[in-house]
Design a protein around this ligand. Structure first.
Ligand code: AVJ
Length: 357
């Protein structure tokens, strides 16, 4: 797909299609994001195959369902990354060095960040960036109590869009580290990921770094159940997207007429989440009608799986070199510290970069 971050048309054009009177006189932030969502959804449903960006999974119910997913036996990702961080935090912190500013796009509950903050030497601040301003403030308040010595500088923003200026920490940082855990990078196509990593490289600046967590390529025996659990939580998570579009955009998806399916696309090295139309039907959203054939798929998520070398190659396309690479004891998940390419090789004499893997 050509990139959800590349929208060029104005969201204003869709204001009259909103169910409850549109933007009216005083457009709140909520109206603004609803317009953007409507525009994204109409654009996505106009494609072949039809798609909805996965960032819209995470309304309140969706966030709760995702939390539930992370506790499922089948869903290894969160447990593996947490174990990895606990096992290697000291080494990661040592590699980052003292006096760093940590910036986390899409911070959510900042769960893994706490492991990092516990191990870091004298960080000058933590900038959680999240689309949900209210939730962000709540998490920031908790972090201030837990880490009284670390300035917590929240930024309410959608990290898939260009960010305004970052908050300034009280002390100048020795370096900026962009922390992007949780295999969120896996939601992006390689071209989108390259662009996002490029922006993170610029955010980190010269002498900075990008610490990114991604899921490792593994057998379908492990992958398939992780995205289609026996209790059906992932299916509910997937279908909740349609419930959200009905509630917030006045769409009329029949939730009984779509079925969750999560195949592994081997050629693209990614898990995919689909909602399959069980019959031919029409769906209305924003004054438009979209026809689904029987068996037609709505793609709701890509979740890319990388070998360590493959991810390092992707990072290289964004001008980043893998300085260090860590995996959990189970070999399921990987965290890499990426640095701007010119800073990677050490001395001018050409000391080779450490092996990745
Ligand atoms: C939050 C993007 C890492 O891709 O595994 C969980 C989301 N989708 N179950 C993932 C998800 C289905 C998850 N990420």
């Amino acid at each position: 797909m050509s990139g959800w971050a590349d929208r060029t048309s104005s969201s204003r054009a869709f204001s009259e299609m909103l169910p409850t009177g549109g933007v009216g006189g005083a457009a709140s932030h909520g109206d603004e994001s609803r317009l953007e969502m409507l525009e994204d959804v109409i654009e996505g449903l106009s494609r072949t195959p039809k798609m909805i960006p996965p960032k819209y999974f995470y309304d309140e119910k969706g966030s709760r369902l995702f939390d539930e997913i992370t506790r499922l036996d089948e869903y290894y990702l969160t447990r593996a990354e947490t174990a990895l961080m606990e096992e290697h935090a000291r080494e990661i912190a040592g590699e980052i060095g003292p006096g760093a500013l940590i910036i986390e796009p899409g911070s959510g509950s900042s769960a893994k960040t706490r492991i990092l903050l516990d191990a870091l030497i004298d960080p000058v601040g933590y900038v959680p960036v999240d689309i949900s301003g209210a939730y962000l403030e709540q998490v920031a308040a908790g972090l201030r109590l837990e880490y009284p010595a670390v300035p917590i500088l929240p930024l309410a923003a959608d990290f898939t869009e260009p960010l305004d200026a970052l908050p300034e920490p009280p002390r100048p940082p020795t370096r900026r580290i962009v922390y992007f855990p949780g295999s969120t990078i896996g939601n992006f196509t390689e071209l989108e990921a390259e662009r996002l990593l490029t922006r993170m490289r610029r955010m980190a600046g010269a002498g900075g770094g990008v610490l990114v967590g991604f899921d490792l390529l593994k057998s379908v025996e492990v992958l398939l159940p992780a995205y289609d659990d026996a209790a059906g939580v992932t299916a509910r998570f997937n279908l909740n997207l349609l419930a959200r579009l009905n509630a917030e955009l006045g769409a009329d998806f029949d939730l009984c007429a779509f079925r969750h399916q999560a195949p592994f696309n081997e050629a693209a090295s990614r898990m995919e989440m689909h909602l399959v139309s069980v019959r031919s039907q029409e769906v209305r959203v924003g004054g438009r009608t979209f026809a689904f054939g029987e068996g037609e798929r709505l793609v709701t998520e890509y979740s890319y799986k990388y070998a360590p070398e493959a991810f390092a190659a992707l990072a290289a396309s964004a001008g980043l070199a893998a300085r260090r690479s860590w995996t959990d004891a189970g070999g399921l998940f990987c965290v890499q510290l990426l640095v701007p390419e010119d800073a990677a090789g050490g001395t001018a004499g050409g000391v080779p970069s450490p092996a990745v893997g």
